[in-house]
Structure formats: structure tokens, C-alpha cells
Design a protein around this ligand. Structure first.
Ligand code: HPA
Ligand SMILES: [Zn+2]
Length: 348
């Protein structure tokens, strides 16, 4: 269909608003931002040999059929991280991308067990990530904090002892999450460790309803008492849960490009994000593992908006949801929302 000049202008206003609007990214696994080129550079710096001969061969392996087929490659990629400097370089590269995408607040997931199981000290992870977050604040004006994720394919005892060790760095992380292989590893498996984190005053989130059933979303809320759900897209199969989510406004950190790459939905045009927004759910857009899924935060917005034919009001709503759903201070949130309101008035 041929577009009128007015439609072309409207589209270009929307694209620039998507980039400029102040927004938060609340679902990014920092190990999933490791670009193939950086994987090779770090392997060389650390004197390691990868099983892939070059970047092209590694990238050719980025064709996933489900979550597990991705996780196998993701953990192999993360194995090049050894020193504090490696963690800092990885996170800094992400922050530069985030800045270009208009991110003002980000909460980075990281998987300590992936590293400690290879003999990398927890201190190296924290030192590198903490320094990158500090530089993001001072040099880029991005507010950044860390969320420590437990690997759900491992035992609760393993999570508990990881927590014990991480408490030496209590001031370096604001909360905990739950990631890795979802099916067969329900939230209930981690009830005690979540109860303990809650007593410690940590913020609580968990992946639920990515590939696993809508029931897992219910038990993440009821048993783990999480404040946000990561993914949550399987809620579309439960009208009762949709109603609950719309009434409670529990935020969902949805990752559209990830969902397509991991075959949760066949195509972006089939993604239920618009349906979820229209049902009144507090949906946010995020990148998950941008180096593996074909795009950073702005790519997720742009491609989703094109595929689902979304407009300015949706953009405003999604950015506002992301800021409100963040664990930043109320005064920071208010400041960003005022800036968002101004940007919206200018572009509308
Ligand atoms: O998309 C994901 N799902 C579950 N675990 C993960 N760990 C990194 N990315 C993911
Ligand atoms: Zn994730």
C-alpha cells in the first residue's frame, strides 16, 4: 500500500519518539550482551581456545529451537569471562548501546553460579559489574543496579549457598531473580531461598511463563511473592490470570525478539503484546539477551511496533510502565516521567 506524506511523517515522528523517550530496561542478562567479537577478544586475552574457529561459525550456531538450545550456547559464550576487567568490559559495552537507545534506568541480571562453578571468584563478578555501573552513572547518566539470578536447573541448596557467599557483597545488588531452564523447575523449588531474600529486604523477581505454563506465574506470585514477572507471556492462556494481572498491575518484563528467536511465537506479528496491553496489563519491552536474539532495546521496540502496527500512545504507555516498574527511587521515577511527558507533548 502506498503511504501518504502525512503517514510517512507520522511514522518518522514515532520512530524518533521511540528512540528519545526516557525508558527503563528491566530484563537484560548481562552475559547475554556478550557479542561474538567480544567473546573472541576475551578468549584471546585469557589464553583460551574456543571450539568455534571464528566469529562467523559461532554466529551460525545462533539458530535456536527452544530455550534449552539457546542456554547451551549462552553458557559456552559466558565461559570466556574470567577477571573483573572482563565483566566490566562486557557491561560497559552494553551501557554504550543502552545510552544510544534512550535508556535512563537499567537493572542488570547476572548469573553468579555460571562463573563460580568454573572457579571464577564471586568477587571478580561483583567488582567488574559494580565498576561498570558506577561509570554508567557518572559518565553516561544511566542509573544502573544489579539483580543476582539463581539458576533454576540447579538445586535450592546451591542457590542458598550462593546467597550466603553473595551477602559479603550485599550493597552491590538490589534483588534476586530466577532464570535458566524453566520447564520442570517450578517456582516452588525455590520457596525457602526467596523467603530468606525477602526477610533480607531484597527485591524479588522471577522468570515465569516464558515456556512454562501459566501456573508457574501464579506460583511465582503466590509462593515466591515476586514483585515483577519476567516474560509472563503464557498468561494469555489463562483468562483468570489475565484478570488478576490487570487488577494488580504486576509488571511483566516482556522480550519480543527473544520470544520469536526461542520459538515461543512463530512471528512478531503473532506476539500477544498488544493484546496484553489492551487488557490493561503492566507490560514492558526488554531485550533479554540482545547479542543472541538480534537486537538491543530500541530494536525490540521498533520491530514490535512495525509488526503489530502500534502507535504513539502505546509507546508512551510502554515507556511509562518501564519507569514505574523499576526499582529506582520515587524521586528518580518522577523526574523521568516528567521528562517523558514533555517528550510526548512535543511529538504528539
Ligand atoms: O531467556 C532466558 N530465559 C531463561 N533463562 C535465561 N538466561 C538467560 N536468558 C534466559
Ligand atoms: Zn530472561
Amino acid at each position: 500500500m502506498i503511504k501518504t506524506t502525512e503517514e510517512i511523517e507520522q511514522q518518522s515522528r514515532l520512530m524518533s519518539f521511540l528512540r528519545e523517550m526516557p525508558k527503563a530496561e528491566l530484563h537484560i542478562h548481562i552475559e547475554g550482551s556478550l557479542e561474538p567479537e567480544l567473546i573472541f577478544a576475551l578468549a584471546e586475552r585469557n589464553g583460551m581456545r574456543l571450539v568455534y574457529p571464528d566469529v562467523q561459525t559461532l554466529k551460525a550456531g545462533y539458530a535456536f529451537k527452544d530455550l534449552q538450545s539457546f542456554l547451551d550456547i549462552y553458557y559456552a559464550g559466558a565461559s570466556v569471562l574470567r577477571t573483573a576487567q572482563d565483566f566490566e568490559d562486557m557491561a560497559w559495552a552494553y551501557f554504550l548501546r543502552a545510552k544510544a537507545d534512550g535508556v535512563v534506568r537499567t537493572e542488570l541480571f547476572f548469573d553468579p553460579q555460571t562463573h563460580t562453578s568454573r572457579g571464577v571468584p564471586l568477587k571478580a563478578c561483583f567488582a567488574g559489574l559494580r565498576e561498570a555501573c558506577r561509570r554508567a552513572r557518572t559518565k553516561l547518566g544511566i542509573s544502573a543496579d544489579l539483580i543476582l539470578c539463581f539458576l533454576r536447573h540447579l538445586s535450592e541448596e546451591d542457590a542458598m549457598s550462593t546467597l550466603d557467599d553473595a551477602l559479603a557483597f550485599r550493597n552491590d545488588f538490589i534483588g534476586i531473580g530466577l532464570d535458566s531452564s524453566e520447564k520442570g523447575n517450578p517456582p516452588e523449588k525455590f520457596a525457602r531461598v526467596y523467603a530468606r531474600c525477602r526477610e533480607l529486604g531484597l527485591r524479588l523477581v522471577a522468570h515465569a511463563g516464558e515456556e512454562g505454563p501459566a501456573d508457574y506465574i501464579e506460583s511465582a506470585l503466590d509462593v515466591l511473592k515476586v514483585e515483577r514477572i519476567d516474560h509472563g507471556v503464557q498468561s494469555i492462556h489463562s483468562p483468570a490470570l489475565m484478570l488478576r494481572l490487570s487488577q494488580t498491575k504486576i509488571p511483566l518484563t516482556v522480550c519480543p525478539l527473544s520470544n520469536v528467536k526461542l520459538c515461543v511465537f512463530r512471528d512478531l506479528a503473532d506476539h500477544p503484546l498488544a493484546q496484553m496491553l489492551d487488557a490493561g496489563l503492566c507490560v514492558t519491552i526488554n531485550s533479554d539477551d540482545p547479542a543472541y536474539f538480534g537486537g538491543y532495546l530500541l530494536d525490540n521496540y521498533v520491530q514490535t511496533f512495525r509488526a503489530l502496527n502500534l502507535g504513539m500512545e502505546h509507546a508512551y504507555q510502554l515507556a511509562r510502565n518501564s519507569l514505574l516498574a523499576s526499582f529506582a527511587s520515587d524521586s528518580d521515577k518522577q523526574h523521568w516521567i516528567t521528562a517523558l511527558n514533555h517528550a510526548y507533548q512535543d511529538k504528539k
